[in-house]
Design a protein around this ligand. Structure first.
Ligand code: SF4
Length: 407
């Protein structure tokens, strides 16, 4: 395997690989801005751009004067392609770090690792460009993922987050309808990873017995279930394979099976044809669902999708106003969820710290994905410790680490 050493911001990178996104117009713009910044901040570095924006808009990326553009299919061959293009030489490649090689904290430390286990999607949600950019669904083997997680453990990671374009379809192309369940069981039984987290799961992928997995407390009590709209009519136009009734039943059974579960979601406002009545229906449903967090997107038509040409495009000002109304509901629910933790003692994985006049303030995450702040004079980085939650902060919960005498 070709070696490398990760460096943090301002540490003179020799090679920058940027994984771009094209999910909305804003993501396109942000990808362009970040590529420009990478070039500006690392003037001597080779800059390689991959990901969905590079895949869908290679001309726009080329106009930024990058050294190499690599499509999604070739992502795993970046080193080979860069070497063939004369951008890397064998002597540039330091031996692969052994398992104990520490990651610099400036490069993100080694607390939580994102492990991509699946790519592509066989659905055709009418707004989605990602599925066009990534192709059909395909999954890694279970043994390969388990081996990667064992290596991450040896490097000190405490948590792994399983990711994929359509994570819930893990193994489906091999005929394994319960592939994700098997994968989670294998990771929990064949590694000693303290925490395993699942990223976004489409609601129609989860069988009723899926929640049995949470009998193991190492699986984080957090489900991100993208709803997109709480109106059945809009869901139909989006070609989403769920309804209010099915979604509600799923969330209720998950909450029954997993006490303290955080359920977060995504919602799109201003989808083509969304009438005021449909939006009101959606808002009322989201109000009933009490999500711990709602990521809100204003509809952004992407060329190449069915929704791009749909009649009834919503006036941007109306979409903005609906977005604001939904943000108000989301903020209230998010606060309510955090408030429900006050008075409890829960394990926190401490990730980073900053020095303040009052002492070193540590920031971490609970397994149910709440940001926590606590003072500690000790180095808590990458430790999981119990903490008592005593107050709400604007975006976090204030806690006292149980072994500390004072906060
Ligand atoms: S399931 Fe997700 S990735 Fe697949 S088409 Fe729908 S939104 Fe896109």
């Amino acid at each position: 395997m070709a070696g490398h050493q990760l460096v943090g911001p301002g540490e003179n990178a020799e090679l920058c690989v940027f994984n771009s996104c094209t999910v909305t117009h804003i993501a396109d713009r942000s990808s362009r801005q970040r590529i420009r910044r990478l070039k500006r901040d690392n003037p001597g570095a080779v800059v390689i751009v991959t990901g969905c924006y590079a895949e869908m808009s290679p001309d726009a990326v080329a106009a930024l004067d990058v050294d190499l553009i690599v499509g999604n299919e070739d992502k795993d061959r970046i080193v080979q392609l860069a070497t063939e293009a004369g951008l890397l030489y064998d002597e540039d490649l330091i031996p692969a770090p052994d398992a104990s090689f520490p990651l610099p904290e400036s490069a993100g430390g080694h607390t939580r690792a994102f492990v991509k286990v699946q790519d592509g999607c066989d659905n055709h949600c009418t707004y989605c460009i990602v599925t066009v950019a990534r192709g059909v669904g395909r999954s890694r083997s279970i043994s390969d993922v388990v081996a990667e997680i064992r290596q991450l453990r040896e490097r000190g990671y405490q948590e792994a987050v399983l990711t994929g374009v359509h994570l819930g379809s893990f193994g489906h192309e091999r005929g394994e309808r319960d592939g994700l369940k098997k994968l989670v069981r294998a990771i929990l039984s064949e590694t000693d990873l303290p925490r395993l987290r699942l990223s976004s799961l489409e609601p129609w992928d989860l069988a009723p017995d899926f929640f049995e997995l949470w009998e193991n407390p190492r699986l984080c009590r957090h489900l991100h279930l993208p709803l997109q709209s709480g109106s059945d009519a809009v869901l139909k136009r989006m070609a989403r394979r769920t309804t209010q009734k099915k979604f509600c039943a799923l969330v209720e059974s998950a909450r029954r099976a997993i006490p303290g579960l955080a359920v977060s979601t995504d919602a799109i406002v201003g989808f083509p044809g969304e009438s005021e009545a449909e939006f009101a229906d959606s808002l009322a449903f989201i109000e009933r669902m009490n999500f711990s967090r709602t990521h809100i997107f204003r509809f952004s038509g992407r060329k190449g999708t069915a929704a791009y040409a749909m009649p009834g495009q919503v006036d941007p000002q109306i979409a903005q106003e609906r977005s604001q109304r939904l943000h108000d509901v989301a903020a209230r629910h998010e606060r309510t969820f955090r408030q429900s933790l006050l008075g409890q003692t829960l394990p926190v994985l401490w990730e980073s710290s900053e020095d303040t006049p009052a002492g070193t303030l540590w920031s971490g995450l609970t397994d149910n994905y709440v940001r926590v702040s606590a003072f500690s004079a000790q180095n808590r980085h990458n430790q999981i410790t119990p903490a008592f939650f005593f107050d709400l902060l604007p975006d976090a919960v204030a806690a006292r680490i149980s072994q500390e005498r004072s906060a």
